[in-house]
Design a protein around this ligand. Structure first.
Ligand code: IPE
Ligand code: MG
Length: 230
């Protein structure tokens, strides 16, 4: 969800106003995604690197997160959507962490749809933590080095149990992954758009998904191609 700050700046507004509009857009995208049958939607909301922003902006983002979750957990329940988190939320301010934990608990039984918020998320941190967890299991005799395979590693990632992303969308014209789901993205289709996140509404999401459906995925093989469209 990139481009909130630039969207605001272009309108002579404070950055935080861009974040507010970005959060409003999350609601629209959540509803549109549910309608389009998207089962898992992961939003990169706050990266491990984002702590380096001015304290005021960080505080505003955390406030928005707490506010958003508090206000819209009912909507998640109505939509039978489970909330999950990718990242270490123990570092979040108590208010935001509490809101996220309460919403996860209230929605943990839903299976149909998942909203995964990447919060204090960084792919390299995630991989390092997974490696540490595996090393601890080896040290404790619960695993052997030879037993490490992709399944064993991926079940120690923050995204354990979630499917790999089929489509990754980055808004606002940047064409990089910026430490997002590096391993999970191995076969993901990429979609880059100049549209800033506050303007990436349901119509834009539909365009992205339509583009995905026109693609063919081969997963490293020749011949048998997997059509994305259903
Ligand atoms: C994305 O918008 C929101 C978060 C990272 C929380 P930015 O704040 O990165 O907006 P730009 O990139 O400065 O325009
Ligand atoms: Mg940005």
């Amino acid at each position: 969800m990139d481009g909130n700050g630039r969207w605001a700046k272009a309108r002579g507004l404070p950055r935080i106003e861009g974040h507010r509009r970005g959060v409003e857009n999350v609601l629209a995208i959540l509803d549109a995604g549910a309608e389009m049958g998207i089962e898992v939607l992961t939003l990169y909301a706050f990266s491990v690197e984002n702590w380096q922003r001015p304290a005021e902006e960080v505080a505003a983002l955390m406030g928005l997160l707490e506010h958003f979750i508090g206000l819209h957990t009912d909507r998640l329940v109505q939509r039978e959507t489970r909330l999950r988190v990718a990242g270490d939320i123990s570092a979040l301010p108590a208010g935001a962490r509490g809101a996220v934990e309460a919403a996860m608990e209230r929605t943990s039984h839903f299976r149909k749809r998942t909203l995964c918020l990447a919060l204090n998320y960084g792919s390299r941190t995630e991989i390092v933590e997974a490696a540490k967890a595996f090393a601890r299991d080896v040290a404790a005799g619960r695993a052997t080095p030879e037993s490490l395979d992709w399944a064993a590693l991926s079940q120690r990632l923050y995204t354990a149990g979630l499917p790999d992303p089929d489509l990754i969308i980055r808004t606002s014209g940047e064409t990089r992954l910026s430490n997002f789901l590096l391993l999970q993205a191995a076969y993901a289709e990429m979609y880059f758009t100049p549209v800033p996140w506050p303007e990436f509404g349901p119509e834009r999401l539909k365009e992205a998904v339509d583009s995905f459906r026109r693609r063919e995925r081969r997963f490293g093989k020749t011949g048998e191609q997997v059509r994305c469209g259903r």
